[in-house]
Design a protein around this ligand. Structure first.
Ligand SMILES: [Zn+2]
Length: 304
């Protein structure tokens, strides 16, 4: 079964917390604050044989005794043996057939330090035991089911590499048609390009994206506003039914929705609901002896 990264959040973008308010607590999603990552509702996925292989070999490496050290020179001689026995001595063949960059294995044999994902990638293709390899010798793994398979242990992130015009233009168009169109700033960050680049080079596409973003944000705010109005209204009604005075603090407590200043739609919704309930309350108060003077009572026309 595949484990998820703690960066993974299943909540909608609208439910994510502002960056400076994100908690750093074990078992709590930092992005949306849900306990036990309840935001992730997608079913668990089975790991592929390749993923299981990588996990198993990484675990074996972790399980090596703490006093054993791996020397770079040992790895170099292990790699030489591997290349000789599996790839007829060709470091280029070793790199290319295991899906690595052309010069990778050559540079490792020459003394460069390989990253673990790429070393494992080579070992999977060669059917080699990575622990033995780090110890200086080529040992074939007992299970050769995955030998000869090319598998990218750490998939390359092409998003950052693809900054040519055609790709950016296409991604801009895709972004403006997305269900949750990003802002220009978010788009630029995701592509790894300067924030001004899209506007300078693709003004037409940027206009489309900006319009899509604007209507998305407006729709989102309206949805949030309507949801908050409903929650506040229900809370105010419940308070009224209990004969309690309806005031801002109580309505927020009862509804469980706090109208922080960064939740502008909540603030607006609270104002709407208070305006619905306040006048009546003031009106009733106005009929009594304790009529208060103030701006709010001005909202309720005096029946007299
Ligand atoms: Zn989350």
């Amino acid at each position: 079964m595949k484990l998820r990264s703690s960066d993974h959040c299943g909540a909608a973008a609208s439910d994510k917390l502002p960056v400076h308010k994100r908690p750093a607590i074990g078992g709590v999603c930092a992005q949306c604050g849900s306990l036990g990552f309840k935001c992730i509702t997608a079913p668990a996925e089975a790991a592929s044989p390749q993923e299981v292989w990588v996990a198993t070999q990484a675990a074996r490496l972790l399980a090596t005794p703490v006093d054993s050290t791996f020397e770079l020179a040992d790895l170099q001689s292990g790699l030489k043996e591997l290349v000789d026995r599996t790839y007829d001595g060709s470091v280029v063949a070793a790199s290319l057939s295991s899906g690595l960059a052309r010069a990778s294995v050559h540079s490792w044999v020459a003394g460069a330090r390989p990253g673990l994902p790429w070393l494992l990638q080579l070992c999977m293709h060669a059917g080699a035991d990575p622990v033995a390899l780090l110890g200086g010798s080529f040992v074939a793994l007992p299970d050769q089911a995955l030998s000869g398979r090319q598998y990218e242990v750490l998939p390359r992130d092409y998003k950052f590499a693809a900054t040519d015009d055609a790709t950016i233009r296409q991604r801009l168009t895709e972004a403006s048609q997305a269900a949750e169109p990003p802002s220009i700033r978010e788009f630029a960050r995701e592509c790894g390009i300067h924030v001004d680049t899209p506007r300078q080079r693709f003004p037409a596409e940027v206009t489309l994206l900006a319009a899509a973003r604007k209507s998305y944000v407006e729709r989102l705010n309206e949805e949030r506003y309507q949801a908050a109005v409903q929650a506040y209204r229900a809370a105010a009604k419940a308070l009224a039914a209990e004969g309690m005075t309806i005031h801002i603090k109580r309505v927020q407590e009862r509804s469980g929705l706090v109208a922080f200043s960064q939740h502008r739609s909540r603030v607006r919704a609270l104002r709407t609901v208070m305006a619905e309930f306040r006048p009546k309350e003031e009106e009733e108060a106005g009929q009594g002896a304790t009529r208060r003077k103030g701006s709010v009572s001005a909202l309720a026309p005096n029946p007299c």
